[in-house]
Design a protein around this ligand. Structure first.
Ligand SMILES: [Zn+2]
Length: 596
């Protein structure tokens, strides 16, 4: 299908358009690569690349209908364009750097580093972020706030102008300086594309009058790209209309969402739609991880997925037990949970933008009001979760930590099921405090950590119940328990702001305290007999803390259970570090690059 030279040509052509949008996003004519050159010593680049594994994803597409094949082609084009936007969002010189590496295929190091980092900044072996091309260093403002913006300056402006907060902090807008050029530019975009004017009531007036900063909705900031993507999604919808009408309706709504910068329509259709074909796709901007200034701006992504029909059906059957799992959780205020949770197993055809990498599962949308009204869709990524190379690395780190006779308890399948029930776990248990507050409002910076720990522990509880009900074997349960241990062991002492690692360390310590883990001659022994009680008692604590909604009590709990002992944790961490062969991943896709 689409080949690499096409992909690079797209990147190299840059801003395609004569009519323009603001400097934050699009460019006039060809992008200049002047002054860009390699900047990282070859030895350091090689050290990173030696710790990098390459995954080539080539899922079986033989079940696709002719219409679905056309849709795949259209959605890959939309994905390429969203990937360019992602690069542009993350660094002011991102697209120039992309053009530079594309023009220099002989620079294999820089091309590999660009590919794995989606931009000119590399994560190094010391976990720092450094430019590997001669571009400006990475800043918290990325390319979605004016260059040089700090929390101090923006906080001061928002404090003095509280009525501006909603638009400036909107999750789908770029903040630019209110210069005459930026203002004229944005108004010209509205003149040239009346659809954007109509879909953003009040925007024209704000652009005409507001001072200091302007908030440009993504569709206005990246108008030509968004209009191109809109066309691709509508074309994909036409192609699947007769075979999978619900998927077609979702694609049309999402095409419109992208013009309005409001995803409610598409999200509702995505989460609740009964897709009957082979395809699914996550499209647009959702995750905020890349906004290092406020953590509110979303970054573009597209994941194109083909359904694993057999595993998806098996999964739906297992969901019949979901109320039984809820009722078995150690708290009293059980809820009625829906059993028609939209969950499917997919293989990745291609990932773009923020979604590119080795993610194992996705649960979206994030906004609490959308999740409450429509639910969330769960996309299990089978060709990552069951990937042999990734599992080999996981297995090495597990074997380095536990006693020899338990080293083979882990299986690729066990990680798959543990992750699956983790995602479903987000649907179960406490979802509000006893006095009716949202958990993230009540618990703030501890909310994510507790929610993720809850999901981990619900997963382990589900496995026990599924085994009791004859849906999985005792050997499978043992594998899932081993995976639960693998999950909580660390390679480094977590920093408190690392929510996942911190809650994993809490579990590790709790399991030691409750005898589910013992330290013997520098290794850990899993006591599978004591395991269920250790899970239940910790889950009881977590649910009680969530229900109470007391942030100080939550922090005290975290403080108490995050001990790191040199003679225990560090010993295991070091063994795991020494087992490591690869840390980074370059993913390539058959659908984009052809066979490698
Ligand atoms: Zn989770």
């Amino acid at each position: 299908m689409r080949n690499l030279s096409f992909a690079l040509a797209l990147i190299a052509t840059g801003g395609l358009a004569a009519c323009a949008t603001p400097p934050a996003a699009e460019h006039h004519g060809a992008i200049s690569t002047a002054g860009i050159a390699p900047a990282l010593e070859p030895a350091r680049a090689d050290a990173i690349l030696q710790r990098t594994q390459r995954l080539h994803l080539a899922p079986d597409l033989s079940a696709l209908t002719p219409g679905e094949r056309v849709a795949v082609d259209e959605l890959l084009q939309a994905g390429e364009r969203l990937h360019r936007l992602y690069i542009a969002q993350r660094h002011p010189q991102g697209l120039a750097a992309a053009a530079y590496v594309a023009a220099h295929p002989e620079l294999t190091r820089e091309n590999d580093l660009f590919r794995m980092n989606s931009g000119p900044i590399a994560t190094t072996l010391d976990n720092t972020r450094e430019p590997f091309l001669s571009v400006s260093p990475e800043t918290p403002a990325r390319n979605i706030y004016p260059a040089g913006t700090t929390r101090e300056t923006m906080d001061a402006f928002l404090a003095a102008n509280p009525d501006r907060r909603a638009t400036l902090m909107d999750d789908r807008s770029v903040v630019v300086e209110a210069t005459p050029e930026n203002r004229a530019h944005a108004l010209m975009v509205l003149d040239h594309h009346p659809v954007l004017d109509t879909l953003h009531p009040g925007l024209r007036q704000r652009l005409q009058t507001e001072q200091t900063y302007l908030a440009l909705p993504y569709s206005v900031a990246y108008a030509h790209d968004i209009l191109f993507i809109n066309e691709r999604l509508n074309a994909a919808a036409d192609a699947v209309e007769s075979g999978d009408p619900a998927f077609a309706r979702y694609l049309r709504l999402r095409a419109r969402d992208l013009l309005a910068d409001d995803y409610e329509g598409g999200d509702a259709a995505w989460v609740t739609g009964n897709f009957t074909g082979n395809l699914n796709a996550q499209i647009g901007s959702y995750e905020t991880y890349d906004d290092a200034l406020y953590g509110v701006k979303t970054f573009f992504s597209l994941s194109l997925l083909v359904r694993d029909q057999a595993r998806s059906a098996e999964l739906q059957a297992a969901l019949q037990d979901i109320q039984t799992v809820e009722n078995a959780l150690p708290y009293t205020h059980h809820r009625e949970v829906r059993s028609d949770i939209p969950v499917g197993v997919y293989n990745i055809i291609a990932d773009f933008g923020q979604a590119r990498g080795a993610n194992t599962a996705t649960i979206l949308p994030n906004e609490a009001y959308l999740a409450r009204q429509y639910g969330r869709t769960i996309l299990m990524r089978g060709n990552i979760l069951l990937n042999e190379e990734i599992f080999a690395e996981t297995q090495r780190a597990f074997a380095a930590a536990v006693i020899e006779s338990q080293a083979n308890d882990l299986t690729p399948e066990s990680g798959f099921y543990r992750t699956l029930w983790h995602e479903i776990g987000h649907y179960l248990g406490v979802d509000q405090t006893a006095d009716g507050r949202d958990l993230d409002v009540a618990l703030e910076d501890t909310a994510d950590l507790l929610e993720e720990m809850k999901a981990d522990l619900v997963s382990l509880t589900s496995a026990r119940i599924l085994q009791q009900r004859g849906r999985i074997t005792e050997a499978q349960l043992r594998g899932i328990y081993a995976s639960g241990i693998r999950r909580v062991l660390q390679k480094n002492r977590p920093r408190r702001e690392q929510a996942y690692n911190t809650m994993q360390l809490i579990q590790w310590n709790w399991f030691m305290e409750r005898g589910a883990l013992r330290f013997e001659d520098g290794r850990l022994r899993i006591d599978y007999r004591r395991y269920p009680e250790a899970v239940t008692s910790l889950l009881r604590e977590v649910l009680a803390i969530q229900r109470a909604g007391d942030r100080n009590a939550a922090n005290a709990f975290v403080e108490r259970w995050t001990t790191w002992r040199p003679d225990l944790h560090e010993v295991i961490a070091q063994r795991r570090r020494e087992s490591e062969r690869t840390r980074f991943t370059i993913v390539t896709y058959e659908a984009l690059d052809g066979a490698r």
